[in-house]
Design a binder for this molecule. Structure first.
Ligand code: G3P
Ligand code: CA
Length: 335
């Protein structure tokens, strides 16, 4: 494990990664969401990156922007609505790569899941779509203000797709990291770089930053979850970011199951483990941790964190950083 990873590992003993910011409380991937995530105790701002038509990196979970912006209310962009296949998935809507940054800046963010997070819709229209540079600047501002280093945790989204349309994500990301003193063995604030695509991580290796290989539950990732597979992952990454079901799955009734050997196997291979994604609403929790039938109500989230902390994870991606922060306090006090 290289020195950057060891340093990140030393900072808090369990790393809280504010997933899309404080996305349980604000429309995701906005400066308001990121700032709140840090104020709620998040150690890192998690950023999904896509490209505009003129090559600027902006924060959106996917190229399609109709689900998280007010673009549908802009008649001047009505003719940009189209259907596109990205990584074998067909989507109809508006796509970031068809908009210049100046055009993107005329849009405002909206809540992705208003049925589960109705309170967040009160913030619809309040925030622009942020650029990577704006988020880096925010992390610097919060680091100065909060008296602790607020890191960034960018993800290249659909990197092969972006390369196929001439909008490679890695060169502008690497340039931004170098330009802001965020590459090399001593970045200004801690940085992890993440991707579901190992080829993207290979391009990012030159930054000397710790790299996180994301894994889903689909068959594609199964070979990487074995001890041999994890040894291979350790040849091109420093950590894994598994879907949390790969760490502790669900029982037949949807209850929280028993831990798999993934954390121990990954640690044996020298890899950190940062599972995704923790969400406090009943809708997302195991059945035995529900607080009732209302899918929007918070359930027993602290119990879920406790099980994962006890399983040995090194960090968590969470939509509710303040809940993870409190659960970490309780867990570490009991240590
Ligand atoms: O990056 C960790 C996690 O965010 C991966 O899933 O789809 O929410 O980006 P996704
Ligand atoms: Ca992500």
């Amino acid at each position: 494990m290289d020195s950057a990873v060891r340093r990140n590992k030393r900072e808090p003993s369990i790393t809280i990664i504010s997933h899309r910011g404080a996305s349980g409380h604000r429309p995701e991937h906005t400066l308001g969401s990121y700032e709140l995530g840090a104020r709620h105790g998040g150690d890192f701002i998690e950023i999904d990156l896509v490209s505009t038509s003129d090559g600027h990196l902006i924060a959106r979970h996917e190229p399609e922007i109709g689900g998280t912006t007010d673009v549908a209310e802009h008649p001047e962009f009505a003719d940009r609505r189209t259907t596109r296949t990205i990584d074998d998935r067909e989507r109809t809507g508006w796509f970031a790569e068809d908009f210049t940054l100046a055009e993107i800046k005329t849009l405002r963010a909206t809540e992705r899941i208003p049925d589960i997070r109705p309170d967040n819709t009160g913030h619809n229209g309040a925030y622009e779509i942020p650029t990577l540079q704006e988020i880096i600047d925010l992390a610097g501002k919060l680091t100065a203000e909060l008296g602790r280093r607020v890191g960034i945790y960018p993800e290249t989204k659909h990197p092969a797709y972006h390369a196929s349309i001439g909008l490679e994500l890695e060169p502008p990301l690497i340039a931004a990291l170098h330009g802001n003193g965020l590459a090399g063995p001593e970045p200004r604030v801690p940085v992890f770089l993440q991707s579901f695509e190992r080829e993207s991580l290979a391009k990012l290796r030159e930054t000397e930053l710790p790299l996180v290989f994301l894994m889903g539950t689909q068959e594609h990732w199964r070979p990487f979850t074995t001890p041999d597979g994890l040894a291979e992952v350790a040849s091109f990454a420093d950590a894994i970011g598994p879907a949390k079901d790969l760490v502790i799955g669900r029982g037949p009734e949807g209850t929280l199951g028993e831990p798999t050997s993934l954390v121990d196997d990954a640690h044996a291979a020298g890899l950190l483990v940062h599972p995704h994604t923790f969400r406090s609403e009943n809708r997302f929790l195991p059945a035995d941790l529900h607080s009732g039938a209302d899918p929007t109500a918070y359930g027993s989230f602290a119990a879920e964190y406790e099980e994962f902390f006890a399983a040995g994870v090194d960090g968590v991606f969470t939509d509710h950083s303040r809940h993870a922060f409190l659960a970490r306090e309780i867990f570490l006090e009991g240590d």
